[in-house]
Structure formats: C-alpha cells, structure tokens
Design a protein around this ligand. Structure first.
Ligand code: 9UX
Length: 72
C-alpha cells in the first residue's frame, strides 16, 4: 500500500537543504519515496499509511529544522 501526499516546506535556503530533507525522509520507516523541490518549496512523499502518517512526516521535517504543512 502506498499513499502519496504533498507538503509545503518552509525554511529551505539552498539546494543542500532540499537534499537533507529528502535523505531524512527517505530514512523514515514507512517512506517508500520522498522528493523535495526547492523552487516549489514542496515535498512529495509516498508512504505506507499503516506504518506512518502525515504527522510523523511533518515531525521529521521539523526535527531537521524546517517547517512542513500537509496540503489537504
Ligand atoms: Mo544550505 Mo540548508 O548551506 O540547512 S543546507 S542552508
């Protein structure tokens, strides 16, 4: 099972920020694929909803020092 959600990401100032978030999210158990778009200030995350939810994803991003808001 894979759910796909978009998030608004705040606080990114360079390309390495996007990479950091991408790596951090992809390390999360339950994340199948995470991509971060610096220019659009957004993230697309495919995850297994039986393992994690949007709040877990948001919290991970915050732990890395950025902001995340689930669109929808
Ligand atoms: Mo770029 Mo982001 O030097 O935390 S990695 S600002």
């Amino acid at each position: 099972v894979s759910e796909k959600k978009e998030f608004d990401i705040t606080g990114m100032t360079c390309a390495a920020c996007a990479t950091r978030i991408e790596k951090g999210l992809n390390k999360l158990d339950g994340v199948n694929k995470a991509t971060v778009n610096l220019a659009l200030e957004s993230a697309t995350v495919e995850y297994n909803p039986s393992l994690i939810d949007t709040q877990d994803i948001t919290k991970r991003v915050e732990k890395l020092g950025y902001g995340a808001i689930s669109k929808e």
